[in-house]
Design a protein around this ligand. Structure first.
Ligand SMILES: [Zn+2]
Length: 334
């Protein structure tokens, strides 16, 4: 009985799909996926449907539901404060889903969920102190301190993608007034900006041919060109690795993590930038802090989002239960 009551559900809300899974420990025991409907009137219903599909199919009762969203979240209330790509801004997601599902619900930024998964999936047991970067269209991330997600005062902290690595660098492509932040230099959008500019400058180059045929070079095109051996594409990815390394050095000096994990869609092209990033980080981080940190590609893979959201649900549910018991006990004493 005890093992089935340990089930939680994790939901990962992405720009193209909503993935849900019933989680036992760090294992997925049931999963479901549906396309993201970018309609403000329908999106909460779609998240509910994804959660319900795995709750109904799970091999035992589910204790709580965790939801990871690519948004800034007020953690205590689960209200989505800012959301650029998914129409959830202003939605009281925790309250709304909790009422619909009849279960405790916890909502967090998806980078925080991925970092939590990564901390628990790290080889040789859990890495209790971990910094994770999720590199995709933008740059996200999360910080785990002593096995718990660090969120700042209300949940808006640990926005690693908006840490500046070049003070006078390019404008951030995200919903951010900054320039030269990691998202402006190490994201798929940054790669697209630079590859397109380089292609325009050199119309006879492989990148130039892509600009001529499509009007722009996406991050994905750049990686494909690097795989074909194009030196311009390879150089852009090396440069991205350099900026990533600057950010990683900052994270090492700030948090003294045991592990820095590099994940997200762009990490599939890590062979073009990872070694450069490690070299750059190693040349900048304080030597004593650097000595015990391991910088590695994330292990979670595509399921990290749902596993992290499920871990979040079980951690927070256990904490809430503990707090209630403590309150009840102290009331008894008084
Ligand atoms: Zn920014």
């Amino acid at each position: 009985m005890s093992e089935i009551s340990e089930l939680s559900v994790g939901v990962d809300v992405g720009g193209t799909k909503i993935a849900a899974a019933a989680i036992s420990g760090t294992s997925v025991v049931e999963s479901h996926e549906r396309p993201t409907v970018l309609d403000p009137a329908a999106i909460v219903g779609e998240i509910e449907a994804a959660a319900r599909a795995v709750i109904d199919a799970a091999p035992g009762p589910v204790g709580a539901v965790g939801v990871g969203v690519p948004s800034q979240v007020h953690f205590a209330t689960g209200r989505v404060m800012a959301s650029v790509n998914i129409p959830l801004q202003g939605v009281e997601l925790r309250q709304e889903l909790g009422a619909r599902l009849g279960l405790p619900v916890f909502v967090d930024n998806d980078g925080n969920c991925a970092a939590l998964a990564e901390a628990f999936l790290a080889e040789g047991g859990a890495a209790r102190h971990l910094v994770m970067y999720t590199m995709g269209t933008g740059v996200g991330g999360g910080v785990v301190i002593d096995g718990q997600v660090f969120r700042g005062a209300t949940g808006l902290g640990a926005e690693l993608g908006h840490v500046v690595v070049q003070a006078d660098g390019p404008e951030c492509p995200g919903n951010c007034p900054n320039r030269g932040c990691m998202e402006a230099l190490c994201s798929g959008l940054a790669l697209e900006r630079d590859a397109t500019a380089l292609g325009r400058e050199r119309p006879d180059s492989p990148l130039g041919e892509i600009v001529a045929s499509k009007g722009r070079v996406t991050g994905r095109d750049t990686v494909a060109a690097a795989r074909e051996g194009d030196p311009d594409a390879c150089a852009l990815l090396e440069k991205l690795g350099t900026w990533l390394g600057v950010g990683v050095a900052n994270a090492i000096n700030t948090f003294e993590p045991e592990r820095v994990a590099i994940g997200g869609g762009l990490s599939a092209a890590a062979e073009f930038f990872f070694d450069r990033a490690v070299e750059e980080a190693s040349s900048r981080a304080l030597p004593e802090s650097l000595a015990s940190v391991r910088i590695a590609i994330a292990r979670g893979g595509p399921a990290a989002g749902v596993i992290g959201a499920g871990l979040l649900a079980s951690q927070e549910y256990a904490r809430a239960t503990r707090d209630t018991q403590t309150e009840t006990a102290s009331e008894g004493v008084l």
